[in-house]
Design a protein around this ligand. Structure first.
Ligand SMILES: Nc1ncnc2c1ncn2[C@@H]1O[C@H](COP(=O)(O)OP(=O)(O)OP(=O)(O)O)[C@@H](O)[C@H]1O
Length: 362
């Protein structure tokens, strides 16, 4: 498909806020999205992701701030005049229209000439690999195929911006993975600027150029997948990004201000990520533990072992009685007592009073 000539060089959100009945759902969102970028808005239920997307789409007026598409202010422009493509979790296809007619609908509304419309629909069909299904009706398609139609319908308009709100959440696990690759491939082919809402950190990490983590309507961190994964800005982001082990301990040495310095919490040496008081929380990812002697060595009792192919997911217990999650290449069994270790730079230390991620995600 030809590259859209509606390409933008940037989309800028300037202190975008939205409340409901005086209760803020989104507070002061500052974000500049570059043309062609894929940005994921990520966070637990109720953090304000959909609110942000609906503000971008024009479905919700802002309570404060402004949105700029290059030099043009767009937050007061009605949704249909913004020319954005939208893909939602319920595919919202017209059931009485064929796949081809569904994809062509927007072009017809925009009075695009027949021959041009046919060419663009053919390209979109081939891009989402539905060429053989063009004459079928939505009811004759699988969920994944219906979602492809919804994607084709959005991209056929060659929009300046594509907005996607949890587009894969109605699909089963296998289809979700397939469609994830599909969305990535389409983005790589067309380079359409995309804002994608999800609560699934894996989905966000695998798709996005940059992630925006939200909590209670406020941005916690903006960064590349690698930055957010390896250097979470706070305890909430760490918990959300899979730092599943948290140990709250008194600080023996290294309390005080600043990040990046060494800190000792009892027997554990870690890396300070923020200013600390007398107690702190050490956050460690299961995959950062090694079975065997090394830095921060501790003995643990293995309790539960889940087979996961090349690795095992292991729940163990420390001598102090705390649960500890690790991943092990070695074959372990319940009842084993083993030594595990973790490098101090993979032990991230946050202030104890920092908000944690909700339990269901960690
Ligand atoms: N129409 C509305 N009326 C009142 N409150 C609302 C409305 N829409 C959203 N909210 C509130 O605003 C906050 C943010 O909601 P939002 O839908 O943006 O969250 P979300 O991160 O998309 O969550 P989810 O993943 O569950 O969809 C929530 O506290 C929610 O209850």
């Amino acid at each position: 498909m030809t590259r859209p000539d509606t390409r933008i060089s940037e989309l800028r959100l300037d202190k975008v806020s939205r409340g409901f009945g005086g209760v803020p759902a989104l507070e002061g969102l500052d974000l500049t999205i570059r043309g062609g970028e894929f940005v994921a808005l990520l966070g637990p239920s109720g953090c304000g992701k959909s609110t942000a997307l609906n503000c971008l789409a024009g479905l919700l007026p802002l309570s404060g701030g402004s949105i700029w598409l290059d030099e043009r202010r767009i937050d007061t422009v009605p949704p249909e005049q913004r020319g954005f493509g939208m893909v939602f979790q319920n595919y919202a296809l017209f059931p009485h229209m064929s796949v081809r007619a569904n994809i062509a609908f927007g072009l017809r509304m925009a009075s695009v000439a027949k021959a041009e419309s046919r060419r663009r629909v053919d390209e979109a069909l081939s891009l989402v690999q539905l060429g053989d299904h063009a004459a079928k009706f939505p009811g004759q398609l699988s969920g994944g195929q219906q979602q492809r139609v919804a994607i084709a319908r959005a991209i056929v308009m060659e929009p300046a911006l594509v907005l996607m709100d949890e587009p894969l959440s109605n699909l089963d696990a296998k289809l979700r993975l397939e469609m994830r690759t599909e969305i990535k491939r389409i983005h790589q082919t067309l380079g359409l600027t995309t804002v994608y809402v999800t609560h699934d950190q894996e989905e966000a990490l695998s798709l996005a150029d940059r992630l925006v983590l939200l909590r209670d309507g406020r941005v916690q961190q903006v960064g590349t997948p690698e930055e957010v994964y390896t250097e979470p800005a706070n305890r909430f982001v760490a918990g959300f990004m899979g730092y599943r082990n948290e140990f709250e301990l008194p600080v023996t040495s290294g309390s005080g201000a600043g990040a990046g310095k060494s800190v000792v919490l009892g027997d554990l040496t870690g890396t300070r990520r923020e200013d600390l008081g007398e107690t702190a929380v050490a956050a460690i990812r299961p995959e950062d533990f090694t079975v065997g002697d090394g830095p921060n060595a501790m003995e643990v009792d293995v309790e539960v072992v889940e087979y996961q192919g090349r690795e095992q997911a292991v729940q163990a217990r420390t001598a102090a009685g705390a649960p500890l999650h690790l991943r092990a290449a070695a074959r372990l069994a319940p009842g084993d007592r083993v030594t595990v270790s973790v490098p101090p730079e993979r032990v991230l230390v946050f202030a104890a009073e920092s908000p944690a991620a909700p339990a269901e995600v960690s």
